[in-house]
Design a binder for this molecule. Structure first.
Ligand code: APR
Length: 165
């Protein structure tokens, strides 16, 4: 049920892709920037209409100009890493859990996640990979295919190790 792939999440052929957003849902850099560029300007308009999104929460919009089968973009806001003593791990786990809950509400059967919070937000990649896999495995969901999309080989290896445990 959990696949680890190396690539660009905007090229994933799934029902829903998750973006690592900020609370404004207006877009930014990193994976959020790539997804907004691919989905077009209506994504930021739709995001603004349902913003703010709290850290650890998730909200869905249409996928606009992203090609089928992608129908939904699920925006989630990861924790900014402050050293680990401020509940960052719980917020990251909540991102994965809430994205799956929102996916279930939408009838999503396949979903792709980026490595939420491990870029600009500075969350350590190894710990983030463990949290992602453990949270997905402990969250009841109707989603049948869950793809963890790494943007570089190191992230891919960390995710594959976490899945292999
Ligand atoms: N496909 C898949 N993964 C990607 C892509 C892509 N096209 N581009 C970047 N990534 C990876 C990064 O390598 C990193 O591992 O996404 C992961 C998350 O990094 P960020 O995109 O920086 O997200 P995050 O750390 O959660 O920071 C969020 O950055 O872009 C802004 O608006 C966003 O303010 C928010 C903050």
């Amino acid at each position: 049920m959990i696949e680890v792939v190396l690539g660009d999440i905007t090229e994933e052929h799934v029902d829903a892709i998750v973006t690592a957003a900020n609370e404004s849902l207006l877009g930014g850099g990193g994976v959020d920037g790539a997804i907004h560029a691919a989905a077009g300007p209506r994504l930021a308009e739709a995001g603004a209409a349902i913003a703010p999104c709290d850290p650890g929460d998730a909200k869905a919009t249409p996928a606009f100009e992203l090609d089928p089968p992608v129908r939904h973009i699920i925006h989630t806001v990861g924790p900014v890493w402050e050293g680990g003593a401020d509940g960052e791990a719980d917020v990251l786990a909540s991102c994965y859990r809430r994205c799956l809950q929102v996916a279930d509400e939408l009838g999503v059967r396949s979903i792709a996640f980026p490595a939420i919070a491990t870029g600009v937000y500075g969350f350590p990649s190894r710990l983030a990979a463990t949290i992602a896999v453990e949270t997905i495995r402990s969250t009841p969901t109707s989603v049948e295919r869950i793809r963890l999309v790494a943007f570089d080989a190191q992230a891919r290896d960390l995710l594959a190790t976490a899945v292999g445990r």
